[in-house]
Design a protein around this ligand. Structure first.
Ligand code: ADP
Ligand code: MG
Ligand code: ZN
Length: 475
């Protein structure tokens, strides 16, 4: 039996207005090479100046993961030659990162939280892009110098599912913190996966392989599963030493396989050294205060939903995974409805309808306050659950007010005793035999009477009232 060991390195593109060391805009989709200046083009003599917004955002992540935030840190040069890096080195934090010793909690196998250590998070500048078009290659440096935060986990994950859960939790966290849009398709949240195996019980780690730049949760899972199988097979065939070595691999999405890309560089290959152009990064008290402005985070929300709202953990996890969904849920609650009703109407009814139309919660045609009013009308007995579904369908298509739509669609339940009693009495008098049977002990018949009343009222009678009044009449 083998155990899988996984450690993740995630590159998060920080959503700052300007680049890490110059005042060029970070916006996408500009004309090629238009967001550039002497600094990000690495022209001789141009000096980098550290972007305070990027530093504060890195610090904010640090505080959110209970890490040590270094009040003094440094930038270093990582040398490598590639056309998309005009300076032939990347500015990063190698010797002393701004964030160290953090943690993130993922869903453990037994329903508890599992702690994953975050060794460090450091600031670095992104490279540009090479564009290969047939026989010619072009370089676009719009992205060069964009701030990245590289978040490095400890080798703490033990399955592909745990790795994916870690990534989802981290993705959700950086979005809650508003430090990145974390758009995976656009590359603002990219991850390198380190995978090794070892026989169960063995203390020492196996040889790790790094799979670079995977841009979806699904591919992370597939890549890990493929790689684990490859390594186990090599081990069992007695060729582990030959086939598993420290290298960088790529995941081929079409084939679902990882492929050797290059041997993993040793850090010596990069000839790291402190960047002489950049002074030590010393953070001010003002920056600390700004970075500590942290909204309620998903893990805290989960706990509050369980403790204060009486929700189950599974449901709390669903509601809080995306900050937009959690905000929507909390806006429904602002209408003073029961949390469980809000949960049901949001997750089973609204999300289902949104999914059918390929919409997400931020583009819901029904606003949270309106869904809250709809739930209020169920709770105060004005409409039935069935009527509410019809109402929601209507609100999905039409921009009408809840109470107006209830009138228009004729959804009001009859709760008035007199009207219901009238129906009950006709039914009792035309079913004397059944009434006698019921009174003689055949209690199952109660459902029959309820059914009859509902039928005659065409479903408009308030079922709770019908039950009460029937019990009274039948004695
Ligand atoms: P490097 O400096 O070569 O990049 P690190 O020590 O920074 O190496 O580790 C990089 C990543 O690899 C980290 O996320 C770490 O948790 C992970 N890792 C290290 N050893 C292993 C291993 N044996 N199996 C799986 N992941 C590992
Ligand atoms: Mg590393
Ligand atoms: Zn620039």
């Amino acid at each position: 039996m083998f155990e899988t060991v996984i450690g993740l390195e995630v590159h998060v593109q920080l959503n700052t207005k300007t680049k890490l060391f110059c005042s060029c805009a970070t916006s996408f989709a500009e004309r090629q090479n238009s967001n550039t200046c002497p600094t990000c083009l690495a022209l001789p003599g141009a000096l980098p100046v550290v972007n305070k917004e990027a530093v504060v955002k890195a610090m904010r992540l640090g505080y959110a993961i209970n890490a040590d935030v270094n009040h003094t840190s440094y930038f270093d040069r990582k040398s490598y030659f590639y056309p998309d890096s005009p300076s032939a080195y990347q500015i990063t934090q190698f010797y002393n990162a701004i964030v160290k010793n953090g943690e993130l909690f993922i869903d453990g196998a037994d329903g508890s939280w599992k702690r994953v250590s975050i060794t460090q998070a450091h600031l670095e500048a992104d490279a540009g892009k090479s564009i290969h078009a047939g026989a010619i290659s072009k370089v676009d440096l719009n992205r060069a110098g964009t701030p990245l935060l590289e978040i490095v986990s400890g080798p703490d994950m033990r399955s592909a599912d745990e790795a994916v859960d870690y990534l989802k939790k981290l993705h959700s966290l950086v979005r809650y913190l508003d430090i990145s849009d974390a758009n995976m398709q656009e590359g603002s949240f990219r991850c390198d996966v380190n995978v090794s195996i070892r026989p169960k019980g063995q203390e020492e780690f196996g040889t790790r392989v790094e799979i670079k730049n995977i841009n979806s949760f699904k591919f992370v899972k597939q890549a890990i599963e493929y790689e684990v199988e490859r390594q186990i097979e090599a081990y069992e065939d007695g060729v582990y030493e030959d086939e598993v070595w420290q290298e960088t691999r790529l995941f081929d999405v079409d084939k679902g396989e990882t492929k050797s890309m290059r041997g993993k560089e040793d850090s010596a290959d990069y000839r790291y050294f402190p960047d002489p152009d950049i002074r030590p990064l010393i953070v001010t008290e003002e920056m600390v205060a700004e970075a500590k402005c942290i909204p309620e985070l998903p893990a805290q929300k989960v706990q509050r939903y369980i403790d204060k709202l009486g929700l189950k953990k599974v449901d709390a996890l669903i509601l809080t995974a995306e900050k937009e969904l959690a905000h929507y849920f909390e806006e429904i609650l602002a209408q003073d409805v029961q949390p469980k009703n809000a949960l049901t109407w949001l997750t089973s009814e609204l999300l289902g309808r949104l999914k059918k139309e390929s919409l997400d919660i931020t583009s819901s045609p029904v606003a949270a306050a309106k869904l809250g009013q709809l739930i209020t009308r169920i709770e105060d007995g004005t409409i039935s659950g069935k009527g509410a579904k019809e109402l929601l369908d209507h609100l999905f298509e039409n921009d009408s007010e809840v109470d107006v739509a209830i009138e228009e669609l004729n959804l009001k339940q009859v709760s008035d005793d007199g009207a219901i009693l009238e129906i009950i009495d006709t039914i009792i008098s035309s079913n004397e035999d059944k009434v006698a049977e019921y009174k003689g002990g055949k209690e199952k018949l109660f459902g029959f009477f309820v059914g009859q009343v509902m039928k005659v009222s065409k479903g408009s009678a308030n079922p709770q009232k019908v039950n009460e009044l029937l019990k009274e009449r039948l004695g």
